[in-house]
Design a protein around this ligand. Structure first.
Ligand code: TYC
Length: 118
């Protein structure tokens, strides 16, 4: 997967200061700057069988949306075929996908969700 390619660490230029008058030039290297983590969308897909109420419950329970937002996202998925439930770091997104799929299977619904690089 190309999105798994690790980025090389960014090495900031050494900071130079003027001669300190003590016969030495001070050169410091700052710690490498930390890149923000790559983010992943959890995307939910429409199907003909999962009840709307179940999708709204999932969006509230696992993505912490309020009922109005959850209903809007569910309707968007229903009409457009897919919708974004939230954007997370890789591990969190993968865990959300697993939890949603497990809940759907337990309830006997074919609901599908997946993650993709944001
Ligand atoms: N299309 C489903 C229905 O009419 C509702 C639904 C919405 C299912 C969103 C999945 O991700 C989904 N019962």
């Amino acid at each position: 997967m190309p999105e798994d390619k690790p980025k090389p660490p960014s090495l900031p230029a050494p900071q130079t200061r003027p001669d300190d008058g003590q016969g030495a030039v001070v050169v410091e290297r700052q710690a490498a700057k930390t890149e923000p983590p790559r983010m992943y969308q959890v995307v939910m897909l429409n199907d003909d069988y999962t009840p709307m109420e179940f999708v709204v419950m999932v969006l509230q329970e696992y993505f912490k949306h309020d009922i109005e937002t959850a209903t809007q996202i569910m309707l968007k998925i229903h009409h457009e075929g897919r919708g974004v439930c939230g954007v997370f770091t890789k591990d969190v997104a993968a865990t959300k996908v697993e939890l949603v799929l497990a809940a759907a299977r337990r309830a006997g619904h074919p609901l599908q969700c997946t993650m993709e690089a944001a």
